[in-house]
Ligand binder design. Structure first.
Ligand code: RNT
Ligand code: ZN
Length: 420
């Protein structure tokens, strides 16, 4: 191992030339919560103890051995991953990760079914986020909150209501706000003739969910849009315009937009949307993912777009207003390795973004010196942020460089590979 302190001293000197305080950047980076999604650990299956796999236009591919089969295994795997993810973390649960002795349907879930998760979070001092599971269920095959079948629509409204109550329970138990994300797979393989009625029903369903739970505090609700899904290629009820329209027209603080980085046309990027959304909203929920040609939910890379998103948040001064959550599910590699990679990349992108000379660039822009603006942004793409990153990881005891990989491989050998 090289001398990380020496590297840090060099980087500190480099950044000081541009008036950047490396320690301040580390501090802000470290205190920015990242919500770690539980569903990477078992390919979005959950613990309802029912037959049937993942549905709803999303897919996991791969059959890598060792996935978590029980809540205990999932928590152990998450703990292993969290060791190597520096900074403040939350855990993001889906409703189908409940714990009960007998089958409990989605319209019957209660806080008690998530008590062990809450105990665990309290013990670890972390916050919990939550998601209604409006998919992978016999009643979600045609539509959920937009269903023309009133019994089915009621069923899913009740699910949404119960999820907000569970979110309230999480907020009270952990003392930290619970961010709930609402995503429905409702859509059509072909272009429907009537494109508005499903949307009016979905709008009414959300209204009913929020009205029935207006006493709930400490919960923030993201409404997540999507351009298409497998089997819903031509039409999605919860399109970008629908979700943005719903959030903006409600004008209620706790109802915000969720922007998933995989949910747009491949040439559209979330980094380019944030400045417009923040012109009208105080908060945004981000689902950081990686689309490869489509919403493929690959492990987040330290790529241009992930960096651009974090840079944009820093430049907008909205890093502390944005709820950052991860959302990917790769079943073709070790799932703990997937988590560690994806979340370290998000954290690293935050740090790299904080090590940019924002004041200097804004000043050049204000003066109309776009030539210098271009030169500065380009120069900083390869600035020595990795020296700061290594120092930060060492300081947080989260493994410098690839140090973590060996321990995760040991865990795979001794624990995960022994699972049937
Ligand atoms: C699906 C959405 C949604 C899910 C999770 C499991 O396209 O991105 O957020 O990935 O709820
Ligand atoms: Zn998502």
């Amino acid at each position: 191992m090289y001398d990380v302190n020496k590297g840090y001293e060099v980087a500190k000197e480099f950044y000081a030339q541009y008036g950047i305080d490396v320690d301040e950047a580390i501090k802000i980076c470290n205190e920015t919560p990242i919500s770690m999604h539980c569903w990477q650990g078992d390919d979005v299956i959950g613990f309802e103890k029912k037959e049937g796999g993942l549905t709803g236009g999303i897919q996991t591919t791969g059959n890598y051995p060792g996935k978590a089969r029980t809540p205990e295994e999932l928590r152990a795997d998450m703990e292993m991953a969290m060791k190597f993810i520096p900074g403040v973390k939350k855990v993001n649960l889906h409703a189908n990760y409940l714990e009960a002795d007998t089958f409990v349907d989605r319209n019957e879930i209660e806080p008690k079914h998530f008590e062990k998760w809450a105990d665990w979070a309290v013990e670890k001092g972390i916050g919990l986020d939550f998601n209604p599971t409006y998919f992978s269920h016999p009643k979600s095959e045609v539509a959920t909150l937009s269903s023309a079948d009133e019994d089915i629509r009621k069923f899913w409204i009740e699910h949404g209501i119960r999820c907000r109550r569970i979110g309230d329970y999480f907020a009270k138990r952990t003392g930290k706000p619970c961010v709930i994300n609402h995503w429905t797979p409702d859509g059509d393989k072909e272009f429907p003739v009537d494109t508005i009625s499903p949307r009016l029903r979905m709008k009414d369903s959300y209204d009913q969910i929020f009205e029935a739970t207006k006493d709930v505090t400490g919960v923030i609700d993201g409404i997540e849009s999507k351009v298409f899904g497998i089997g819903a290629e031509s039409y999605t009820v919860g399109s970008h315009e629908f979700c943005m329209g719903y959030v903006m027209s409600k004008g209620i603080d706790h109802i915000i937009m969720t922007l998933d980085t995989g949910h747009y046309h491949p040439t559209e990027v979330v980094s380019a949307k944030l400045g417009a959304v923040y012109a009208f909203s105080d908060n945004v929920l981000l689902h950081v993912s990686r689309p490869v040609r489509w919403d493929s939910d690959h492990v987040v890379n330290f790529d241009d777009e992930t960096r651009a998103i974090m840079e944009e948040l820093v430049r907008l001064g909205k890093l502390d207003k944005t709820y950052i959550a991860t959302d990917f599910f790769d079943a073709s590699i070790n799932r703990v390795v997937a988590w560690v990679n994806g979340l370290r990349n998000v954290r690293k992108a935050i740090l790299a973004a904080l090590l940019q000379p924002v004041a200097m660039m804004k000043d050049l822009e204000a003066k109309g010196d776009n030539s210098s603006r271009l030169a500065v942004t380009q120069e900083f793409k390869a600035a020595p942020f990795n020296l700061v990153w290594d120092y930060y990881c060492a300081k947080e005891n989260a493994g410098v460089g690839l140090e973590w990989l060996e321990e995760v491989k040991e865990y795979e050998k001794n624990v995960q590979s022994k699972r049937g």
